[in-house]
Design a protein around this ligand. Structure first.
Ligand SMILES: *Cc1c(COP(=O)(O)O)cnc(C)c1O
Length: 372
């Protein structure tokens, strides 16, 4: 007998259009630049490797891990290690995410009532508006001042107007690198009718936190991640909040979202937290050196940063980006995004050698363009 051949009634594109949400089909996919063989200064990764002895131990841990079993859904050992490492107040609880991107998604999903709003600042982390819209929230972005500081009055006015379910503030902010004024944040927390999420992804490089102040405000919650600290590949982010909040968002978390290997490896690395602390200190020192060298370059404006990257303004960002790329150095071109970032590049602080290579290529590129 001939096998039945399925003959579609319509082209597959029409099916997709009929079935998949219009807003999802219109969405631009999150794009990551191809980087193989390049000096990678585009994604705020820690450029340092773990010491060989620790890596060998992680190999043993990975080989002994029960890969045939589901991970501990409560991640008891990892949470205990994180609690100690981050000095989480006893009264607060932790929700683990597959990266803090997933935490943003849990928060948005849990708060997305019809017609609801997420509020943030502009420019800031691109995942906030992206996730808001996918979850059915309107996103309102309040412009920062010209020096990238918080416009507290405009924030409070927007909060009163939109009554947002969620307010997201990155502390320090990405891609501007600065820390917002803590008193201005406090003002916003008091004015907000919903949750205020302080995203402390860059805490290892800023070393200031709202962690100890969580108990002061019922509507304040924190996000942290191990990504920028040196474990981006493990995908581990967290929400730290009053249990009254975490019990709700934990219901939205898929039960096994943090895998066996990530749990076991992160728990072991946190026992050697001094290694990560030393790497973060080296990155902070390189940040100062890189910023000083850039300040001395004609045609480059460098903004103050408390993160592991620097925001630069040059005469022609696209040409500079291309020229860096041609010499094997990948940074992030922010031009073409928010108008406040016209001709801006974002460069992650790398190793001393990587930063020197970047400085040399940037100088060569600027010399070329000034002779053009
Ligand atoms: C990089 C970054 C994150 C994402 O962290 P993951 O834990 O890797 O998902 C979150 N917030 C801000 C502001 C970031 O820059």
């Amino acid at each position: 007998m001939k096998p039945a051949v399925f003959t579609p009634q319509e082209p597959i594109e029409r099916w997709v259009a009929r079935v998949v949400r219009d807003d999802i089909r219109r969405l631009q996919p999150y794009s990551v630049a191809e980087s193989s063989g390049m000096i990678k200064l585009d994604a705020m990764e820690n450029p340092h490797e773990l010491p060989p002895a620790l890596r060998a131990q992680l190999g043993e841990i990975a080989s002994a891990a029960p890969l045939n079993r589901y991970p501990d859904p409560a991640a008891v050992a990892l949470k205990a290690a994180l609690r100690a490492y981050m000095q989480v107040p006893d009264a607060m609880e932790i929700v683990l995410g597959n990266g803090s991107d997933e935490i943003i998604q849990l928060l948005a999903l849990g708060c997305a009532r019809p017609g609801g709003t997420m509020l943030g600042v502009e420019p800031s982390f691109s995942m906030y508006p992206l996730i808001a819209r996918v979850c059915g929230l309107q996103f309102v972005g309040v412009p920062l001042c010209a020096d990238f500081s918080l416009d507290a009055d405009a924030m409070v006015a927007a909060i009163e107007r939109h009554r947002p379910a969620l307010v997201f503030l990155a502390y320090p902010n990405n891609p501007t690198g600065n820390l917002f004024d803590a008193a201005a944040i406090e003002h916003i927390v008091r004015a907000a009718p919903g949750l205020v999420v302080i995203d402390e992804a860059y805490h290892p490089f800023a070393q200031v936190s709202f962690m100890a102040r969580l108990q002061e405000f019922p509507n304040l919650v924190l996000m942290r991640t191990l990504s920028k600290l040196g474990l981006a590949g493990l995908r581990l982010g967290m929400l730290i909040a009053n249990p009254a909040w975490t019990v709700q968002f934990d219901k939205l978390r898929l039960p096994y979202n943090v895998n066996v290997l990530s749990q076991a490896v992160a728990t072991r690395v946190l026992q050697s937290a001094h290694v990560l602390a030393a790497q973060a200190a080296a990155i902070r020192a390189e940040r100062s050196r890189l910023a000083a060298r850039l300040q001395g370059m004609a045609g480059v404006q460098v903004y103050p940063s408390q993160a592991n990257f620097l925001l630069l303004r040059v005469a022609a960002a696209a040409a500079t980006y291309d020229s860096l790329k041609a010499s094997g150095i990948l940074v992030r071109n922010l031009a073409g995004g928010h108008p406040a970032l016209a001709d801006c590049l974002r460069v992650t602080v790398g190793t001393t050698a990587e930063n020197d290579a970047f400085l040399a290529s940037l100088a060569a590129s600027l010399r070329l363009s000034s002779h053009a």
